[in-house]
Design a protein around this ligand. Sequence first.
Ligand SMILES: Cc1cc2nc3c(=O)[nH]c(=O)nc-3n(C[C@H](O)[C@H](O)[C@H](O)COP(=O)(O)OP(=O)(O)OC[C@H]3O[C@@H](n4cnc5c(N)ncnc54)[C@H](O)[C@@H]3O)c2cc1C
Length: 493
Amino acid sequence: MATLDKKQIVILGAGISGHTAARYLLRGRPKTRTPYEVVVISPNEAWNWIPSNIWVGVGQMTKEQVTFDLATLYARVGIPFHRARAVSIHPEGDADHATPFVTVEYTGGAKVGQTAKVPYDYLINATGPKLNFGATEGLGPDHGHTVSVCTADHAIEANHKLQATIDAMRRGEAKTIVIGTGHGTCTCQGAAFEYIYNVDHVLREAGVRDRARMVWISNEYELGDFGMGGVHIERGGYITNGKVFAESLMVERDIEWITRAAVNKVEAGKLHYEQLDGTRGELDFDFAMLIPPFSGVGLKAFDKAGEDITAKIFAPSGFMKVDGDYTPRPYAEWSAKDWPSTYQNPTYGNLFAVGIAFAPPHLISKPMTSVNGTPINPAPPRTGMPSAAMAIAVAESIRDMLDGAPAPTRTASMAKMGAACVASTGRNFFTGSAATMTVFPVVPDYEKYPEYGRDLSLTFGEIGLAGHWMKAMLHYTFIYQAKMKLGWSLLPD
Ligand SMILES: Cc1cc2nc3c(=O)[nH]c(=O)nc-3n(C[C@H](O)[C@H](O)[C@H](O)COP(=O)(O)OP(=O)(O)OC[C@H]3O[C@@H](n4cnc5c(N)ncnc54)[C@H](O)[C@@H]3O)c2cc1C
C-alpha cells in the first residue's frame, strides 16, 4: 500500500451523491490550506442520471443521453479513479498498516479481478442502494419475471418488452400492465409513479391505450404517501391532501390501484400479493415494472486486530450509521431531531455516509404489519436533491476539518431541508406534462409545524406542460453540470 504525501479523501460510489462530493471537493481545493487528493472508487464506467431512466424505459431517450464515461472525465479534471467495488473498510488500518484503508476489487480495466488496499484520511461512503430483487421470489429482470428502470440497462430491457407489448396491442390484443413496488418495504414509489404515467402517455401516442388495463400496486397505505407519511399541499389556493392529488391523476388516466400491498411472489405473467387486512390476491400481467426494496451494498468493516465490526458501523439494513439518533423507540415518539445532519459516523470521525448510503433513524410513514405479520409500509424517500445537498455539506465539512476544524462545520438535515420533485407524466415538448411538487421539510417536523408537519407556504403541487419543460431543463442542466463543463459550478444543484 502506497504512503500518502498529501491528505487523501476517498469517495466510494460515483452516483448522484458521490460525484457531487467529488466535484465540490475539487472545486474547493484552491481555497483549502491543506493539500489533498480526491480519489473515487466506483464499479461502473458510466455516470447515470438515474431520474431520466424512466424515459429510456419508454423508448424516448437512449442510454447515451442519460450516461457518460467517468474515466474520461476524471482523467480530464485530475481525479484518480479506480473502477472497482469497495469490499471492506478498515478504519484503524491493520497489523501491517497504520493508516485507515479500504479494500477494493477491480471490476474493469487492466486490473479487473485484482484486489487492492486504498488508504484514506477521510472516507465518504456514497455507495447508494443494493437493488434487492432477491427479497421477493421471481422479482426483477435477471432472475425473475418483472422489468426495472433502476439502471440504464434495466430501462433498455424494459423498453424492449414494452414495445413488444405495444406491438401486440397494435395487432388487436388486450394487455395488462402493472407498475409499482415489488415488496412490502420498498421506497422509491416516485420512480414507479413517473413510469406508469409515461407508459400511459406512450400508449396514447401509439393509439393503443384502450387495449391496456393499467394497474398501480404499492405498499403505500394510501396513494400519495411516497414514504413521507403523505403530504398536504397548497394547490390553487386550497389545502389538498396528497392522496386526492395522486388519486385524481390515476382516475383521469383510467389507472386502477391496489394499495397496502406487499408483492410476495412473481411467476411468469402472475404476481401474488398480500394486503394489510390479510387479503391475499393474484394479478395476471403481460408487462410488469416493479421497484425492488433497497438495502446497503454489503460493505464489511474490520478493526486493527481484524475483528469484524460491521454491526458497529452499519445498521442491520446495511446502511451506514451516522449522527442520527438510532435509539429504538415507538413510532409516536420519534422527532425530526432524530435525523442526522452532519453524516459523520459516531465511532470514526473521518468516516461519512451520504445519499442512500446513510441509515435513516426510523420510518416516516407509520410502520404497519398485516394480520399475518408481514411488514407493509414504505421506507423513507431517498431522492436526488437531498443526496446532493448532504454530499456538498460533507465535502465542505471535510475541507474545514483538514484545515483544523475539530468537527463537521456544515449540516444538511432532511428535517430542515426542502425538496422539489418534478415527476414526469409524459415526455413531449407540446403534449407532455409533469407533476411538480415541493415539500418543506422532507421529514415532517410536528414541533415546528404542529398541524401538518410541514410549512404549507413552501409545500405545493401542480401539474402541467410547464412541469415537463422544467423536467427536461433539469435533465440537460444536471448532465452539463455533472460533466463539469465550463461554468458548471455556477449552476444550482
Ligand atoms: C428510476 C428512478 C428515477 C428516479 N427519479 C428521481 C427524480 O426524479 N428525482 C429525484 O430527486 N430522485 C430520483 N430518484 C432517486 C435518485 O436516483 C437517488 O436519490 C440518487 O441516485 C441517490 O444517489 P446516491 O449517490 O446515494 O446513489 P446512486 O446514485 O445509486 O450511486 C451509488 C453509486 O455507488 C456505486 N457503488 C455501488 N456499490 C459500490 C461499492 N461496493 N463500492 C463502490 N461504489 C459502489 C454505484 O455503482 C453508483 O455509482 C430516482 C431513482 C430511480 C431508481
